[in-house]
Write a protein of this length. Structure first.
Length: 302
């Protein structure tokens, strides 16, 4: 079973070239979901294999030790289990992974809580008296619906059509539930640090998806591209975390200036993501079978 451990842990590395392909997809919404789900499945599969390795410490239970001695006394040779030192190291690794996941979930809850604490929204819109040009889709909480937060600085910067584009963009984040898609990718990266580039790709894809929805809402792709660039330049990089600005701006503008996005990369992304997820689950199933066989030998039946 020990050979099955590193394979699922390293398998998410295959998502890295897939993530680069996905960012060029003509269907960013579909590609973002496929990439996020595949990342979480592959990451969780690796963690599941680690859990099985840690569970082999059960061979140190008194009953298991007694069973092993009786088998040796009868002349039966038991298969050598995974070394305890390795299983203990894996257990510590699982504790670190659990801490990372808890920290990621806590960070997201804190951000949502702080954004909701800014003030109550009216008709899903909150305008705050901040000078910096910012706009963000505030995800819903159990006790509060989601809304769009914009600053006075942003409203003063844009004309009426550009404001409509921004509101349509942020509204698309809410209606598409992009906070869930990015949360899946973030959780996957917390489980396996190899997937951090996938998180960036998913963020870019959900921004591109919202851009496409905004372009349909205002019926002008070039207007949305101009608005994205205008806000990014005015913010001097401050709005990168909120979607407008940062290194992804150029790629978003380039995508919006293409009149008809291609569709072939989307199919390749979806198929590859499904294959990787299926392969990860198959490896976990194989590890479970090996673990059950080992468990039957080392732990007696009651």
């Amino acid at each position: 079973m020990i050979w099955l451990v590193p394979v699922p842990l390293l398998l998410p590395a295959l998502l890295l070239p897939l993530a680069r392909l996905a960012t060029r997809s003509g269907r960013p919404e579909r590609a973002s979901r496929a990439l996020a789900v595949a990342a979480l499945v592959t990451a969780a599969s690796g963690v599941a294999c680690l859990v099985l390795v840690a569970a082999t410490l059960a061979d140190d239970l008194p009953a298991a030790v007694a069973n092993s001695r009786r088998a040796h006394a009868r002349g039966h040779i038991l298969p050598e289990p995974i070394p305890d030192a390795f299983a203990v190291a894996v257990t510590l690794l699982l504790a670190w992974i659990a801490w990372r996941l808890a920290a990621e979930l806590g960070r997201r809850r804190a951000i949502a809580r702080d954004l909701h604490a800014v003030g109550p929204a009216r008709e899903r819109l909150l305008v705050v008296e901040w000078a910096s040009p910012r706009a963000v889709a505030v995800p819903p909480r159990r006790d509060r619906p989601g809304h769009v937060l914009v600053t006075r600085g942003l409203l003063r910067l844009l004309d009426a059509r550009e404001r409509a584009a921004v509101l349509a963009h942020e509204g698309a984040h809410l209606s598409r539930r992009h906070h869930r898609t990015t949360a899946l990718a973030g959780a996957a990266a917390a489980l396996n640090p190899l997937l951090h580039p996938v998180v960036s790709a998913v963020w870019l894809l959900v921004e591109r998806s919202a851009d496409e929805d905004a372009a349909r809402a205002v019926a002008d792709r070039r207007l949305v591209a101009h608005t994205v660039a205008k806000v990014a330049l005015a913010a001097h990089g401050q709005a990168a975390a909120l979607g407008f600005g940062g290194s992804s701006t150029l790629r978003r503008v380039e995508a919006l200036t293409r009149p008809q996005p291609g569709r072939r990369p989307a199919g390749a992304v979806d198929a590859s993501a499904v294959l990787l997820a299926a392969l990860s689950l198959a490896l976990v199933a194989a590890a479970c079978i090996d673990f059950v066989e080992l468990f039957r030998v080392w732990v007696p039946r009651y």
